[in-house]
Design a protein around this ligand. Structure first.
Ligand code: NAD
Length: 524
């Protein structure tokens, strides 16, 4: 019988358990509302100094933080594994390695990406005007992450915010508070000024307090339900919010795909982190002619996977993070069974293991009207449905409230790109799966209910600054024709502006010159 873990959240203390063994990993205090408000106030004070630091100083500190992580890599990976249940190796591959890459990228490139930019202003430049955009940091940025990538997501977002000149308050998930605190220690060891990065701990109450404290931006990762609550609370202070929410990501496999590769990709894409990745493959659509062969390969490969405690290096499937999450998986699998789908392998808690282990589960005869094909499962399940035509595959893939990522498998790259562009999702891979969150250089975010705004890439960095337009008139010797007082000549000139100048054509605009001169003389 698998262990049911005790409720870990108490009023003022949070006990962190290893979901694989039930052993206590540590405990932290719930940060009070007053303390959260104080953290945001302090963050703003420190911001006024931090924003004046040079990019090279910020880069030096971020690169130092990388060194701290590299020196403590195994220890950090063990903590991630112990608190979240994922295999130790996966903590390195899927969290530490990608965030180290993100750190070096933004340390080196932020200055260039945020350098002032001249923008073309069309015919206004003929009037001796020019425009440039200067990027200013926002202030104190509140980061509220989920538990599933508890190290890489908040750390990566914090580094981007800091490189842009902001300070940061992180409220880690209550299931992974110790990893959150470890992130704070890394910044301290690297030599960041006191208060540049603060960690407040607690459950949704601390998260809500952080939103109500009106930081200058909220970066939220989590469920649609909480995302909506945060958007509503943030609106009261007009706090702008980036929402990284759930997914129900489709994988389409065409009959001309490399089935050996596609089957291995489906297994990794569905079961990595026990399926608890926002970009996990949650629906597989196989073209009818190859569905049986693909399914056979997937089932064989799934049966070969070892499940167990995350500290073992040969374990591929670890524990799930919480009892609540495993119950959602059980509910969806039961619903599939009741609706007539077939469980090919798995479909139960692992009877040989204590702790929160659900067997990797492959399901066939799935249809889009089944609940497990619509609601996010966030567990180790891979339901397989079939399609006949390209058009049908696109329709099935887009039949979802979510749109985070998707993947298309074919040897015909033109078809792959064509299909990718018609799928409603923030990232679509052709012959790849799941891992693009790890590419810090590219924007990350969802269409539809999968989110608002972006993290990562230039687009993500732009979420953390406010653009300022500086407009200069280099021949400030004459009044503008649109200034007061108005007159009949003025109105004639305005008509000319509408007809000729606003056409964008220099040739047309020359027709306005005599009238313009009359008007200017009138103003002198
Ligand atoms: P969750 O919404 O329950 O919690 C997320 C965070 O919000 C936690 O830190 C929690 O303490 C906090 N929180 C809860 N109530 C709050 C409130 N009222 N105000 C402020 N903060 C509050 O989500 P979860 O179960 O931790 O994470 C799973 C979800 O996250 C899945 O839906 C998954 O797809 C999504 N996710 C998305 C991405 C992405 O990049 N799109 C990445 C990882 C996870």
């Amino acid at each position: 019988m698998s262990a049911v873990l005790p409720i870990s959240i108490q009023t003022d203390e949070i006990v962190s358990y290893n979901p694989a063994s039930g052993a206590e990993v540590g405990r932290v205090q719930q940060t009070s509302t007053d303390e959260v408000v104080a953290a945001v106030t302090r963050s703003r004070e420190v911001f006024h100094k931090w924003k004046l630091t040079s990019f090279s100083e910020r880069k030096r500190l971020v690169m130092k933080a990388r060194e701290v992580i590299l020196a403590e890599m195994d220890d950090i990976a063990h903590l991630i594994s112990a608190e979240s249940g994922k295999p130790f190796g996966e903590a390195i591959a899927m969290e530490i390695a990608p965030v180290l890459d993100l750190m070096q990228f933004f340390a080196r490139k932020s200055e260039k990406m945020l350098a002032p930019k001249r923008v073309g202003i069309g015919l206004y430049s003929l009037l001796g005007r020019s425009s440039k955009i200067v990027y200013h940091p926002l202030g104190a940025v509140g980061i509220i992450p989920a538990w599933n990538f508890p190290f890489s997501i908040p750390l990566g977002e914090a580094v981007m915010a800091l490189m842009a000149g902001n300070t940061v308050v992180i409220k880690p998930s209550e299931l992974t508070s110790l990893i959150g605190l470890r992130i704070g220690e890394i910044f301290t060891k690297a030599g960041f000024p006191d208060g540049a990065v603060q960690i407040v701990t607690g459950d949704g109450r601390a998260g809500a307090a952080l939103v109500d404290a009106a930081p200058d931006k909220i970066m939220f990762t989590g469920s649609v339900t909480t995302g909506k609550k945060i958007a509503e609370a943030a609106a009261k202070n007009l706090t702008s919010v980036v929402l990284e929410l759930g997914g129900k990501d489709p994988m389409i496999v065409f009959e001309d795909a490399n089935l050996e590769l596609a089957s291995s990709a489906a297994v990794w894409g569905a079961f990595c982190n026990s399926g608890q990745a926002c970009s996990s493959v949650e629906r597989l659509y196989a073209q009818e002619s190859i569905a049986d062969e693909l399914t056979r390969k997937i089932v064989e490969k799934t049966k070969d996977l070892k499940q167990g405690g995350g500290e073992r290096e040969d374990v591929s499937i670890g524990a799930m993070s919480s009892e609540r999450q495993i119950r959602i998986v059980e509910d969806h699998v039961e619903d599939f069974r009741a609706a007539g789908a077939k469980v090919e392998t798995g479909g139960r808690r692992n009877p040989e293991l204590e702790g929160l282990f659900y067997e990797p589960t492959v399901i066939t005869n799935a249809y889009n009207d089944m609940r497990g094909m619509q609601e996010e499962t966030f567990g180790p399940t891979l339901p397989i449905a079939t399609f006949r035509t390209e058009e049908e595959a696109i329709k099935l893939a887009n039949d979802s409230e979510f749109g985070l990522t998707a993947s298309v498998w074919t040897r015909d790259y033109a078809k792959g790109k064509r299909v990718a562009e018609r799928i409603e999702a923030g990232s679509v891979c052709v012959n790849e799966v799941l891992y693009t969150h790890g590419i810090g250089q590219t924007p990350w975010g969802g269409f539809k209910n999968s989110g608002r705004g972006r993290t990562h890439g230039r687009e993500g960095l732009m979420e953390l600054v406010q653009p300022q337009h500086i407009h200069i008139n280099r021949i400030a010797i004459l009044p503008d024709a649109w200034w007061m007082p108005y007159s009949t000549e003025a109105v004639k000139t305005f008509r000319g502006f509408a007809k000729y100048f606003a056409s964008g054509s220099v040739f047309q605009t020359t027709r306005l010159l005599p009238q313009l001169w009359k008007r200017i003389k009138e103003l002198l």
